[in-house]
Design a protein around this ligand. Structure first.
Ligand code: GAL
Length: 828
């Protein structure tokens, strides 16, 4: 059976558009700006477990003023005894209170006002002017409350209070953060309006000559009387109007109705990974000649299918999904969402050749999806890390019965128009997968998804979907293997494998006709810039299934050659070698793109952040980043490692990742150490080099001509700092970020790859230091301080713009080293 999913909506820049009217860009932008306004600024926060409920909140005297998004856990100290455990990053949760006073314009008294929380971790409760609005246990879901009946208008103040209760721990297998950690919005509409998340745009026909758009819109009348409304949806490509359709309808009092409209676009520009073309539908609701609501739905037009033999086909072309899994924390910023920080992560991944993101293991911040729409990523949007059966004592399983239907529906309605989403994952490594309960719940969830979106396949991340014999060597070769209950239930359109790359080539035999996706792979481990440099003597831990986890390196380091993996995973190369070989293996989502706080496998305390990332917690690439880049991009790559600061006479393995060349020649202090080239399915080459200080140089050549040269030099004693900003000019909006990398060098400017000096940062001007991080999983220095110890020559400092344009001056200094001063401009 071939799964065929024709995508979403239509669009284009038709040379001949069907309808034309004067572009109403200004009016629309204004109406849209009024519909949704940021509600992030000027909140007061109080952290205190002793205030148990709203009635005693008045006893709190100390309130801190802050802007959202905010994560209070990241501000605390790492604590070995933290109830969150090292799995949760050894940072404490607790009970937090937020409040904000605000006024609402008198003229809005005839309108509806709704508050939208993109996510609160967790168990939030909300009151407006003393009225209880409700509770939402799920820490990752977006939700709204209608404030209208309780608001004061004009000069009279309103007070909103939010309680976030993250005290019962552990409730997560990774660092969750605590508080109102995503954006908050006020939405204002007329009383006849498009229901929030109430549009659905699909493209039953979509090709390069024509797209047929099907627009479904839920319109609500909240007047106590019947109303006649005119609903006009205009399709734009950028500012250019392409087509528009209008429908008139009568809406009974206090009722909602779904209307269907159809239109078409000639010669649509299709959304693809390389060219993520977007359109938008702007829906205007008119009653008695007045525009009561303007609602925008961005969308894209593409077709795709997952095919059991051909793999993933996008717009008729085979595309291998080269994805990574991402948790929601943003390193030193904790879980406090910031669009630029997210964009930077995606840029780093894109540069490596990544084309897919899995939102592990929960609905992401909506802005992540907007970025993936714009940047061209193939997203697997995941819902749950557990169902009814707990993974942690106080996790979401406790809320499952009451909330899973609502949470899943809300996620689907919110996300279903994003062209970047191609797969719904209804769960990760769900314990029930092995029993009939898993099959039953799987079918229930699949039905909920299909009722809201039929254009994308459903999967679940299973581990692995075959029952295995617990024998080390024949782990995945058991001829009597049986599909697990969830995989066999028929609920899934795609069979999702977590790990078990050894079984992938048996997929077609085990699951004839059901397409394949590697939902999660690899789980290899590395500390950036740390190397056990001689493979003849290093301990191969915990590569083997029978070596316990408590073996390891002093200082909880993990060698960054791609040799160390979890027992359930593989090296980076091993899984990719299988996936790349067969078209029917649609692709993979590697665990993980970036290190994240918590889950410091294979270690425990004092490690507090993970070792899985292809880039570290600061976003600095580990070496294997370049293996993927050499395989996943066309740009010429030559990367050699390790560093060149060893003991005289020591034997050092020198690895090179390269592409676009026939061979690489390595030289030490001008003397050739020989030419090497990859054989068979090799993804790297190795020289075993007796160390002597000096310069190691590699030259890649094609047909005898140099493609790239790369040098690594022995560094002398650390002598200076060198700060480099990723962007020297940022927006003066109180939000934008400049990520500054500080390298330690010797007196000649050579990168000091083993230096770990403590660096102090000072910032002058209208901006602030919001994060410092070296990527060291063992560091207990605060990410929120103004000093930090570098890891293997590098440290990151994150600067946030104030809201007034300025020239910021950042100085990085360290005892005995020459400091580095740079300017960062903030502009309106
Ligand atoms: C997987 C799990 C992930 C993470 C990973 C670490 O089994 O789905 O959340 O725990 O293992 O290797």
């Amino acid at each position: 059976m071939t799964q065929h999913y024709t995508t979403q909506i239509i669009k284009t820049l038709a040379a001949f558009s069907l309808f034309t009217f004067i572009a109403c860009g200004t009016k629309d932008s204004k109406a849209l700006a009024e519909r949704k306004t940021s509600f992030n600024s000027g909140w007061k926060f109080h952290l205190n477990d002793s205030i148990k409920d709203r009635d005693t909140i008045g006893t709190a005297t100390q309130w801190r003023t802050l802007n959202l998004p905010h994560d209070w856990s990241i501000e605390g100290n790492f604590d070995e005894k933290s109830p969150a455990g090292v799995g949760g990053g050894a940072l404490n949760g607790g009970l937090g209170w937020y409040k904000k006073t605000f006024t609402v314009k008198a003229q809005d008294s005839t309108k509806l006002t709704t508050i939208l929380f993109d996510g609160i971790y967790r168990n939030s409760e909300v009151w407006i002017n003393g009225h209880y609005l409700g509770k939402r246990p799920n820490g990752y879901i977006s939700f709204r409350y209608n404030l209208t009946p309780y608001l004061n208008y004009g000069d009279k103040q309103n007070e909103i209070i939010v309680k976030a209760n993250n005290s019962k721990q552990p409730n997560s297998r990774w660092y969750s953060g605590s508080g109102i950690y995503r954006n908050v919005w006020l939405e204002t509409t007329g009383k006849v309006h498009v229901k929030a998340d109430g549009t659905y745009i699909t493209t039953p026909v979509a090709n390069t000559t024509k797209a047929n758009l099907k627009l479904q819109t839920i319109v609500k009348n909240e007047f106590a009387a019947e109303k006649s409304a005119e609903i006009t949806t205009t399709i734009y490509k950028g500012d250019k109007e392409i087509t528009a359709v209008t429908k008139e309808l009568k809406l009974p009092a206090n009722a909602e109705q779904t209307i269907s409209q159809e239109t078409g676009i000639e010669n649509p520009e299709l959304w693809s990974v390389e060219k993520p073309e977007l359109y938008k539908a702007v829906t205007e609701v008119k009653v008695d000649g007045d525009i009561l609501d303007t609602y925008e739905t961005p969308f894209g037009i593409r077709t795709f299918k997952f095919d059991a033999t051909k793999g993933f086909i996008l717009n008729g072309k085979h595309v291998k999904i080269k994805g990574v899994c991402l948790h929601h924390d943003l390193g030193a910023l904790g879980s406090a969402f910031n669009t630029r920080a997210m964009e930077r992560e995606l840029e780093i991944m894109k540069e490596m050749g990544v084309n897919g993101i899995r939102t592990t293991h929960n609905p992401p911040a909506p802005e992540l999806l907007d970025l993936c729409d714009k940047m061209g990523f193939i997203v697997m949007d995941e819902s749950f890390d557990m169902w009814k059966q707990a993974k942690n004592p106080d996790d979401y399983s406790k809320d499952w019965d009451k909330w899973h239907v609502t949470d899943l529906q809300d996620q689907l309605y919110r996300d279903r128009n994003h062209p970047s989403i191609f797969i719904w994952s209804i769960g990760n490594e769900i314990p029930e997968q092995w029993n009939e309960q898993g099959a039953k719940i799987g079918k229930e969830l699949a039905a909920i998804v299909k009722a809201i979106d039929t254009t994308r396949p459903i999967t679940a991340a299973m581990n692995p979907p075959i029952v295995v014999n617990n024998n080390v060597t024949t782990q995945f070769d058991n001829a009597a293997a049986q599909p697990n209950a969830l995989a066999a239930s028929g609920a899934l359109d795609l069979i999702g494998y977590n790990y078990a790359h050894q079984t992938y080539t048996q997929h077609q035999k085990n699951f004839p006709n059901i397409p394949f996706i590697a939902t999660e792979t690899t789980s290899a481990l590395a500390t950036r810039g740390y190397y056990d440099a001689n493979s003849d003597t290093i301990k191969q831990w915990p590569v083997r299934w029978d070596i316990p986890f408590n073996e390891g390196n002093p200082g909880n380091t993990v060698s960054a050659y791609d040799q160390v993996q979890t027992p359930w995973g593989s090296t980076h190369e091993a899984t990719w070698k299988v996936i790349k070989k067969h078209d029917y293996l649609s692709g993979m989502y590697i665990w993980t793109g970036f290190d994240y706080i918590g889950e410091p496998t294979p270690y425990g305390w004092p490690s507090i952040s993970s070792y899985f990332g292809i880039a570290d917690l600061a976003g600095f690439p580990k070496d294997v980043y370049y293996m993927y880049q050499s395989e996943w991009t066309n740009k010429p790559v030559l990367h050699i490692f390790p560093h060149w600061n060893w003991k005289a006479g020591q034997n050092v393995d020198v690895w090179a990742y390269y592409n676009n060349a026939d061979e690489v020649e390595l030289y030490l202090n001008g003397k050739s150490l020989g030419k090497k080239s990859k054989q068979g399915d090799d993804l790297h080459i190795i020289w075993k080099v007796p160390y002597e200080p000096g310069t190691l140089k590699a030259i890649s050549r094609k047909n005898g001509k140099t493609v790239l040269e790369k040098e690594i030099k022995t560094a002398g004693a650390p002598a200076a700092l060198k700060a480099t900003a990723d962007r020297a000019t940022i927006k003066a909006d109180g939000n934008d970020l400049s990520f500054v990398t500080v390298d330690i060098t010797d007196a000649k400017g050579v990168f000091a790859a083993t230096a770990n000096n403590e660096i102090t940062f000072t910032l002058k001007g209208n901006g602030k230091i919001v994060g410092v991080c070296s990527g060291d999983p063992v560091s207990h220095e605060s990410y929120k301080g103004n000093k930090h110890t570098a890891l293997n020559g590098k440290c990151l400092v994150i600067i946030q713009a104030g809201d007034k344009a300025d020239n910021l001056e950042l100085a990085a200094s360290a005892a005995g080293l020459k400091n580095s001063v740079i300017q960062i401009k903030t502009a309106n």
